[in-house]
Design a protein around this ligand. Structure first.
Ligand SMILES: [Zn+2]
Length: 289
């Protein structure tokens, strides 16, 4: 019975807690924008309320810069029972960094998050899934040396911005560094892998299709994770000046995103666990990946 329970209780709800201007497109410099007077806190409050409605605890990958400017948001999420994890310091892409630059970036992020919550942060998500094949050789080693237990940083498919097509699409240990990677959930569409449960993918595909794929994956014993950014439920957010294709991917489907999230949580509410709980159980050998 215990085994059966673990088989069905391992989907993840994750939020990347960042401002509306944190995006890694050419020509966008997020350092020029102001952290004050944004709707981030109001949007986070709405996400917390949705989670409360369906009694779901999420994992929140929070930017160090957000924690520095708005520590009360971190505390609010923590007090509501959500996991506080790291999304790096200032939303810099990982692959152009040296290992030492990456180490400094995650140290700064962990320091401020841990200072606010009084607990160790053990989960990391790369900004914009910016881990490439040649980054993997040092990425997990640095995370392990800095005390992390898991990462949720790889898009195991390809799009114009990110992804590693050949990467396994289920949780596993990619290296001897003993960091569990929980890759983004993908489905097969016309023979190619593509995301469906987060960000622009979640906003693009209809709810009935997403539900069907989640059910099918779970029936195969595979976990699924949903991810949403606070700005994705905010139709009034300011707009970045993007080309038509990036602009479409970045902004389509926002009007219906909050309702879509609610419908997914309504159906799968009993299946979600926090990533730290999952990674800790896997690490202890209590459940297998
Ligand atoms: Zn992000």
């Amino acid at each position: 019975m215990a085994i059966l329970l673990f088989m069905i209780t391992r989907n993840f709800l994750t939020f990347d807690i960042e401002e509306w201007f944190h995006a890694n497109y050419d020509g966008i410099d997020s350092s020029q924008y102001d952290f004050q007077s944004t709707e981030l806190e109001a949007n986070v409050d709405r996400l917390i309320a949705i989670c409360d409605t369906f009694n779901v605890k999420s994992t929140c990958f929070i930017l160090g810069d957000v924690a520095r400017h708005k520590p009360h948001i971190v505390k609010k999420l923590f007090d509501a029972g959500h996991e506080i994890a790291s999304h790096g310091s200032s939303h810099k892409l990982i692959y152009p960094m040296t290992p030492d630059e990456f180490r400094t970036d995650i140290q700064m992020s962990s320091e401020i998050l841990e200072q606010i919550i009084g607990e160790k942060v053990i989960g990391f998500r790369a900004p914009s899934w910016s881990v490439k094949s040649d980054t993997l050789s040092w990425f997990y080693e640095v995370l392990a040396e800095e005390g992390f237990l898991y990462s949720s940083s790889v898009y195991p498919a390809k799009n114009t911005l990110f992804g590693i097509e050949s990467f396994p699409d289920t949780p596993h240990y990619p290296s001897s560094a003993k960091i569990l990677e929980i890759p983004q959930s993908v489905m097969k569409l016309f023979g190619n892998r593509v995301g469906y449960a987060g960000g622009g993918y979640l906003r693009f595909f209809p709810t009935w299709l997403i539900k069907r794929v989640v059910r099918a994956k779970n029936n195969e014993g595979k976990s699924v994770f949903i991810y949403v950014h606070p700005r994705e439920i905010d139709i009034h957010q300011p707009r970045l000046q993007l080309g038509w294709m990036d602009g479409y991917f970045h902004y389509q489907g926002i009007a219906g995103c909050e309702e879509k999230l609610s419908l997914l949580l309504e159906e799968f509410s009993s299946s979600f666990i926090r990533m730290d709980d999952y990674a800790t159980k896997v690490s202890a050998g209590e459940i297998s990946v």
